[in-house]
Design a protein around this ligand. Structure first.
Ligand code: F3S
Length: 387
């Protein structure tokens, strides 16, 4: 494959994977069941990245396994309504078209695990997108490193990945115990736990005690935050995650860190200010059907005047549309977009002035992109948008 017997595209992909394996001293290449590919927004790719993808399609790169796609920089249908400039839309369409030619399912979501792309526990996968990596490693118990756009595409084409890192038992052992000394009630609490923990431990593997009973949505927001602030790819939660009982065997002599409510509040206070004219947005990571239902329930009878934006996947969108959630949100003056989010869309060019959201990950990037930020639970965001 490396020497080109199966064509140029496979040879180029193998070059990348072999180089990666050599850097990390991988003992072998390992088959993977599926890929999830990041690096899709034209905002991040620009012309150079787009041309590289077009080149891969031109030399014949084709997926040999299931491969899904991360969010793009716009709703592929409603981009004009989002105020996305035409120049950007043209670039974005070229990106999606290149991925289509390579046989990638253009799902455009960071929550493939909510729309039927659910790996088996213990299976090897090649996923990018840090929240999806965290969710699949921790909650599902599949095995992936934090892959990049090019390496996931190479794995999608070859069906292979170098065997190292979180693919191996020894790298999945917890390295630090995080004892929660706070009552975690709301999803924003879980997002804060992730954000603060990541800042404290970097990319170590944490073992959480006393996490309470997080729902799926709380676990996805925790994973997104911990991956953003610290680079964590795998966390164990006592009584919660897929491998916690196995992980518990290794925690006896580990360093222990206690996390108090005060630290969660401080982390929030450090990020936020009081934006004068924020756009209120949810869906980082992309909303589940449950979050769509909760939002629909909260906005009934309100007048949101276009100030609440909801981001989700195409799969969840069509189900939410079928059961009426989308109509309720839109009738109340909210906007529902798929394929994109408040981090990868070109918000400055779209005229946004500030961001109010319920996700530390989205909050972190909003501040990094120069926006003033408000962090609040969903009911408070709905109230703010309708004021
Ligand atoms: Fe997903 Fe965008 Fe957040 S890709 S995890 S919604 S930054």
């Amino acid at each position: 494959m490396l020497e080109g017997e199966e064509g140029e595209a496979i040879s180029k992909s193998m070059e990348l994977l072999v180089a990666l394996g050599e850097v990390f001293d991988a003992e072998k290449l390992e088959p993977v069941d599926s890929a999830h590919i990041s690096g899709v927004s034209y905002k991040n790719l620009g012309e150079a990245g787009t041309e590289w993808l077009e080149e891969q399609a031109k030399i014949g790169a084709k997926c040999s396994i299931k491969a899904t796609l991360n969010p793009a920089g716009m709703d592929m249908e409603k981009w004009e309504e989002m105020n996305v400039p035409e120049r950007f839309a043209n670039g974005q369409r070229r990106v999606i078209s290149a991925f289509k030619r390579m046989g990638v399912e253009t799902t455009c979501t960071c929550t493939p695990y909510l729309i039927g792309h659910v790996p088996r526990k213990g299976s090897q996968i090649a996923w990018a997108e840090s929240n999806a990596v965290c969710f699949s490693n921790s909650v599902i118990g599949a095995r992936t490193n934090r892959e990049s756009g090019p390496t996931t595409l190479a794995s999608a084409v070859t069906g292979l990945t170098p065997y190292y890192g979180y693919r191996v038992d020894s790298h999945r052992i917890p390295q630090v115990v995080i004892e929660i000394d706070a009552q975690l009630e709301k999803r924003l609490d879980y997002s804060a736990v992730g954000y603060v923990t990541g800042k404290l431990i970097g990319n170590k593997v944490p073992y959480f005690k006393n996490l309470g009973k997080p729902d799926l949505e709380s676990m996805k927001t925790l994973g997104a935050a911990i991956a953003t602030s610290g680079g964590v790819a795998l966390w164990h939660g006592e009584g919660v995650t897929a491998e916690w009982e196995w992980a518990r065997k290794y925690i006896k002599d580990l360093e222990k860190i206690t996390l108090e409510k005060r630290q969660l509040i401080e982390a929030r206070d450090k990020l936020v200010c009081d934006p004068a004219n924020p756009t209120y947005c949810i869906g980082c990571p992309h909303c589940s059907l449950k979050e769509m239902a909760e939002t629909a329930n909260l906005v009934k009878g309100k007048d949101l005047e276009g100030k609440l934006w909801v981001f989700t996947s195409r799969g969840v969108y069509s189900e939410a549309k079928r059961v009426g959630h989308v109509k309720i949100i839109e009738d109340a003056g909210g906007k529902v977009y798929k394929d994109t989010c408040m981090v990868v869309a070109p918000l400055h060019e779209m005229g946004w002035e500030g961001v109010a959201t319920n996700s530390f990950k989205a909050g972190h990037y909003s501040v990094a992109h120069g926006f003033e930020l408000e962090l609040a639970e969903l009911p408070d965001l709905v109230d703010g948008a309708s004021r």
